[in-house]
Write a protein that binds this ligand. Sequence first.
Ligand SMILES: Nc1ncnc2c1ncn2[C@@H]1O[C@H](COP(=O)(O)OP(=O)(O)OP(=O)(O)O)[C@@H](O)[C@H]1O
Length: 279
Amino acid sequence: MAAPWRRARSTGTEAEFRSFAFDHLSFAYGEGEDAVETVRDFSLEVKAGEFVTIVGPSGCGKSTLFNVASGLTPAMPGGVRVNGEPLTGVNPYTAYMFQRDALLDWRDVLGNVSLGREFLGASKKEAEAGLRESLAEFGLEGFDKRRPYELSGGMRQRVALMRTYATDRPVLLLDEPFGALDALTRLRMQEFLLRRWDDDHRTVIFITHDVDEALLLGDRVIVLTPRPARICEEIEVGLERPRNAEALMVSPDYISMRARIMHLLHGNPAVAAREELVA
Ligand SMILES: Nc1ncnc2c1ncn2[C@@H]1O[C@H](COP(=O)(O)OP(=O)(O)OP(=O)(O)O)[C@@H](O)[C@H]1O
């Protein structure tokens, strides 16, 4: 039986999605003297099927971009566009995976995976349909009755990732999903995500602090300035897929892009000054 997210490729929502864009978005938390300007004149278009990674200094406004993109945080009219039309309300095309896995300890693995669908209005039974059979694809076969505290860090992230996939939304907003994992588990998860993406080409926008992760995964890497977030530079990665982390490390193109991004983030005096203030 095909996994629900594969079947979803032929649903209306998937077929309709063409592009997503921030259009000269500016955003501040609060007003007047207390306002925290977080995003300034930010424009970025992501086409269906692209994998875009975003890197930026700590606190620059990355998560805010996702909060606004998903419609959870209302922003200026026209600042976010879907298929060219201004977004109003919650974005019906996006599934958002937060920085923390946000698993519920009182629910088992299956109950956590189905939660995203339940939030979208499905009953528990409807939400769980087809998911048990698909656990194996996320390396969770036989773990449906386990509780989150019985799982390793990597498994918890796979549960959270599967929950995001299972919503059948065409655009995945992944906010540092592997940030808390050790290096080896992180690498396994990156490879896992790449395989998934090679398989279904869901549109992915992926926030990370890790330059290697950004280059390994993305078609494009968007480098942000310190807060308020603006685009400092956009890098077309252009490395052949399927990608392999070990092979990339010795690729001259990879090395040069990596050096460029590291310079933009750490060698750039404006960024360094800002990070000293934050530290
Ligand atoms: N609800 C809020 N109210 C006021 N200020 C906020 C709110 N949420 C975030 N901020 C501020 O907005 C700025 C950007 O926060 P945001 O979480 O978007 O940054 P980030 O780049 O994702 O951070 P990190 O790299 O640490 O995950 C920060 O200075 C933060 O303190």
